[in-house]
Design a protein around this ligand. Structure first.
Ligand SMILES: [Zn+2]
Length: 237
């Protein structure tokens, strides 16, 4: 079984799916992480102003994170410009402009050509424009690719469960499908998520780390959403 994780930024797959990746490793699945907007000068504390330096630093953190699984995991960096460098804003307020649609087209073309198996895609909770672009590209391919949607962190922790359900409901209506959820629980695994996500030293602080872990404790693991037949296929391995 091939598993692909569409990670808008370098740390998203880790924050949202570290436990799930561990489970896939145990089942010896073929795992590919697709990092999209990897050209960036975003850091939570001052490390440099140079986008090349920061992008490189972040890629090194990512490599270190996946090395900790002690299992071959492929990382693909698409090297698209992230939102602050591309457009000067982060959160979506209006409908997509030309720059956003251009990113949707690029991503869609990559996914169409290279993705085989199951694709984990962000729900785009929190309205980060880069997450919304990822989701839009996947929605345009829905039906051609087997998709599972994951809850974006720390954003999903910042809204109520009802708000998350309303978000998923909207997506169901747009896709005209029924989505059910699955939780990969912490108890299944002997795994220290908090320790691992701290590898993303340029991106994480105490507050974000606490939000990610609090969400994990609240849902008892990592929750994701998909059509029953796709989840069944995931679980059959
Ligand atoms: Zn992100």
């Amino acid at each position: 079984m091939k598993i692909n994780i569409l990670s808008p930024h370098i740390d998203d797959a880790a924050y949202c799916l570290a436990l799930t990746i561990s489970k896939c490793v145990k089942c010896k699945m073929e795992i590919t992480i697709i990092n999209c907007f990897t050209v960036t000068d975003w850091a939570i504390r001052f490390v440099s102003k140079d986008k090349n330096e920061i992008s490189l630093l972040r890629k090194k953190e990512d490599e270190q994170f996946y090395k900790s699984y002690d299992f071959p995991i492929t990382i693909v960096n698409l090297d698209l410009l992230d939102a602050p460098l591309r457009s000067g804003f982060i959160f979506q307020k209006n409908v997509f402009g030309e720059k956003e649609w251009e990113m949707v087209r690029e991503l869609k073309s990559y996914l169409e050509n290279y993705v085989d198996g199951i694709l984990f895609c962000p729900l785009a909770i929190g309205n980060h424009i880069d997450h919304a672009i990822c989701r839009e590209a996947v929605m345009q391919l829905y039906g051609k690719i087997k998709v599972i949607f994951f809850e974006d962190l720390p954003y999903a922790f910042r809204i109520t469960k009802d708000e998350i359900l309303a978000h998923v409901n909207n997506l169901q209506k747009n896709l005209n499908v029924k989505l059910v959820h699955q939780i990969n629980t912490c108890e299944q695994l002997n795994f220290d998520k908090e320790h691992l996500i701290r590898i993303y030293d340029t991106q994480i602080n105490e507050e974000i780390c606490a939000e990610i872990i609090a969400h994990m404790n609240a849902v008892c693991g990592e929750r994701f959403w998909g059509e029953a037949k796709v989840l069944q296929e995931l679980n059959s391995f």
